[in-house]
Design a binder for this molecule. Structure first.
Ligand SMILES: Cc1cc2nc3c(=O)[nH]c(=O)nc-3n(C[C@H](O)[C@H](O)[C@H](O)COP(=O)(O)OP(=O)(O)OC[C@H]3O[C@@H](n4cnc5c(N)ncnc54)[C@H](O)[C@@H]3O)c2cc1C
Length: 319
């Protein structure tokens, strides 16, 4: 059977990209979500293509590679909010190639004279950077062009999503703790500072000390400074002391930060899980394709996972 009726729960980057690929594959799709755009974790993401805090490594590498290709293709359209951006990851010790090396077409090394003081090694690579405000809006507009409705509706139970559809796709991120009763999902808090663009053209990342995660990611008109990864914390209040620490670490890497204006502060909670859950569960009301638990890499994995969601739905149609 082709052209199944599918309801996608969740309108973060995972739900919207899944809905897009499903609609492109000829399914009849609609999206429902408790919150849209600004209220999603996805809108907080930096959003640098980078496989961070998502598992297992083999699947994450495959999904990341597929998303890299999809995002690179989208970068040809400025309305998508996707750009290819060169950057450096810096290390205070010599670093082997990353486990996700095969997901990127090229990975260079920063030459010794280009390393800031205190650093001994660095990757040099060009990756997609996504302006999430633009990209989430672009995804919703693309979906509407394809006849896919995106409506606000909170679910208390996944079974309630089955009315009039053959399959439910669950992309509710951290919401799956309750909806799918999944206690392996846990929050990892992240705080960022949004600054005015001050002419920055490359991203920088230093995660040598996990407790001092530092990144500076340029967008068209803003620069995102981060960050934090606070395990088990879900408090969305901006913490001024954390802001000061982020600004100090970023100033040390990029001195121009000191002169630029702070525009905003954002806090989000990553949906962390020992492994991304991408599988079909057959319930009494029908099949649910789960796709959640993308940790710190939901943007990086989105299009790759969406392809696997389409494959799961295709297999259901054949069953
Ligand atoms: C500070 C920060 C920086 C980050 N930087 C990056 C980065 O550089 N690169 C990267 O790849 N990733 C990054 N991430 C991670 C990324 O943001 C997440 O992995 C991603 O947003 C997860 O997407 P999602 O669609 O699964 O979840 P969400 O964006 O949280 O969307 C979940 C959706 O489900 C809906 N929902 C939840 N519960 C219910 C319910 N009961 N009923 C109906 N709907 C429901 C919500 O309303 C929402 O629409 C960052 C995260 C943070 C916090």
């Amino acid at each position: 059977m082709s052209g199944m009726r599918v309801r996608v729960a969740g309108a973060g980057v995972v739900g919207l990209t899944s809905a897009l690929r499903l609609a492109e594959a000829g399914h009849q799709v609609e999206v429902i979500a408790a919150g849209l755009s600004e209220s999603t974790t996805s809108s907080i993401a930096a959003a640098l293509w980078y496989p961070y805090r998502a598992y297992p490594e083999t699947a994450v590498t495959r999904w990341s590679a597929a998303s890299f290709a999809a995002l690179r293709a989208l970068s040809a359209d400025p309305r998508s909010g996707v750009r290819l951006c060169p950057g450096r990851e810096l290390f205070r010790r010599p670093a082997p190639d990353p486990w996700w090396r095969s997901a990127v077409p090229e990975l260079g090394r920063v030459s010794a004279d280009q390393l800031p003081e205190g650093y001994l090694d660095g990757y040099l690579l060009t990756v997609p950077v996504v302006d999430m405000a633009l990209h989430l809006a672009w995804l919703v507009a693309r979906l509407r062009e394809l006849g896919v409705g995106v409506e606000v509706q909170r679910l208390d139970d996944l079974d309630a999503a089955f009315t009039g559809v053959d399959v439910v796709v669950n992309c509710t991120g951290l919401g799956s703790r309750e909806l799918a009763g999944d206690r392996t999902l846990s929050p990892v808090r992240g705080q960022v500072v949004v600054m005015e663009q001050f002419g920055l053209t490359e991203w920088l990342l230093d995660q040598s000390e996990p407790a001092e995660l530092t990144y500076v990611v340029p967008r068209q008109s803003t620069v995102i400074l981060g960050g934090t990864a606070e395990e088990g914390e879900a408090d969305l209040e901006v913490r001024p002391a954390v802001t000061e620490a982020i600004l100090a670490r970023c100033r040390a890497l990029v001195p121009e930060v000191a002169q630029a204006r702070v525009l905003d502060h954002r806090v989000g909670v990553r949906p962390a899980r020992p492994a991304v859950r991408l599988e079909t569960e057959v319930r009494a009301r029908g099949p649910v394709v789960h796709c959640y638990g993308h940790g710190g890499a939901g943007v990086t994995l989105s299009y790759g996972c969406a392809e696997d969601v389409v494959e799961q739905v295709r297999q259901l149609g054949q069953g």
